[in-house]
Design a protein around this ligand. Structure first.
Ligand SMILES: C[S@@+](CC[C@H](N)C(=O)[O-])C[C@H]1O[C@@H](n2cnc3c(N)ncnc32)[C@H](O)[C@@H]1O
Length: 344
């Protein structure tokens, strides 16, 4: 092929397939602790790696070949037996999820699982709900880590320094509730940034609550944070609170929005705020073709299986107005993330 000649559709597809394979190989290493074991113990033979990670040696031997092929591992050279070490690319998957590529490896596998389910249920129109997300235990265990890695940086770099509402709540020594809190990363970051703020996280799933509690303990924020089981359909915090946050959670209960917005208003103190963060679904289809919004279009397709769909910032603001709260729309990540604050 002449240099600069356009890739054929077949070549383009082959290159996309290689990208998917690279993330799939990485996912196996992430979910089974292989990158982490190499980062901790240093160069290892496949057998030593299998032992360090408590995995089957024959599977690990083949994974090592694939990880080498995709540039995650390098041979350490003569005199060191068959030992392999992490390359910089491999090191990236051993590091903290918030700063590296790890969440995208998890997202790639979750996307494959959900795509298969979408293809299946499209035949009948069935929409089984949230449980489809958790069907693959190797993926489900990394769901919270994936979300934290994808959205923690946007929160810390853009939203946290920009929204005055957190600082106000902190000055008043207030309490924040996070509905659908997942692994609790949002409250952990709030507690770290604001030393007087207290938090209560609620989620429907026991595994999320257990993870949120243990991560808060590890982060030294457990004295001000509490995580409990709770259904967003039946808000169960009895005391009035100063802030109620919902991050990528409102679209899960949009079919009951009248009830949800009424309980947001009724359970906030006077002057309190509901802070709702959702992907900002654009008004026109052409906007979805922008590479920065393609992921949102893909995600919205996956949401359908779960019985959900994405929302526009204006639609959320309109619901605040209906219950007599004052909405403010704040846009981040080039307009793709919307935080709608409703003041009581
Ligand atoms: C997309 S995740 C977002 C998690 C977290 N807020 C974050 O930003 O990482 C949606 C969360 O809502 C929780 N959820 C879904 N339906 C719920 C319900 N009815 N009551 C409480 N939590 C629910 C899920 O378990 C999941 O943790």
């Amino acid at each position: 092929m002449a240099e600069n000649a356009p890739a054929t559709l077949r070549e383009q597809a082959m290159s996309q397939a290689q990208g998917a394979m690279a993330l799939q190989v990485a996912f196996i290493g992430v979910t089974n602790g292989l990158f982490a074991a190499l980062a901790e113990h240093g160069p290892a033979t496949p057998g030593e790696l299998a032992q360090a990670a408590s995995m089957d040696p024959d599977y690990v031997a083949r994974w090592v070949d694939a990880a080498y092929a995709f540039g995650y591992l390098a041979e350490t050279g003569a005199g060191d037996g068959d030992r392999l070490a992490l390359t910089d690319a491999g090191q990236g998957f051993a590091g903290k999820p918030a700063s590296g590529p790890l969440p995208f490896a998890v997202h790639s596998l979750l996307g494959a699982h959900m795509s298969e389910r979408t293809a299946h249920f499209m035949r009948t129109g069935e929409r089984p709900g949230e449980e489809v997300l958790g069907e693959r235990e190797t993926i489900a265990g990394l769901f919270g880590t994936m979300l934290e890695g994808m959205f923690g940086p946007v929160f810390e770099d853009q939203i946290l320094p920009d929204l005055p509402v957190y600082k106000e709540m902190d000055a008043a020594g207030g309490t924040a509730v996070d509905l659908g809190c997942g692994n609790g990363w949002y409250l952990r970051r709030l507690a770290r940034a604001y030393p007087h703020l207290k938090g209560i996280g609620l989620d429907l799933f026991d595994d999320a609550i257990a993870e949120a509690q243990s991560r808060a303990e590890a982060a030294g924020t457990a004295d001000r944070l509490e995580f409990r089981k709770g259904d967003m359909h039946a808000y169960a915090v009895t005391e009035p609170v100063d802030l109620i946050a919902m991050n990528r959670a409102l679209h899960h209960v949009w079919d009951e929005k009248d009830r949800v917005f009424a309980f947001l208003r009724d359970n906030l103190t006077e002057g309190g705020a509901a802070v709702i963060w959702e992907p900002n679904w654009p008004g026109d289809r052409a906007a979805l073709a922008d590479p920065k919004r393609r992921g949102m279009a893909f995600q919205n397709l996956m949401e359908h299986v779960q019985g959900n769909h994405f929302l526009s910032a204006d639609a959320i603001a309109a619901e605040f107005e209906k219950v007599g709260m004052r909405p403010e729309i704040h846009l981040y990540a080039e307009g793709n993330e919307a935080v709608v604050v409703g003041r009581k």
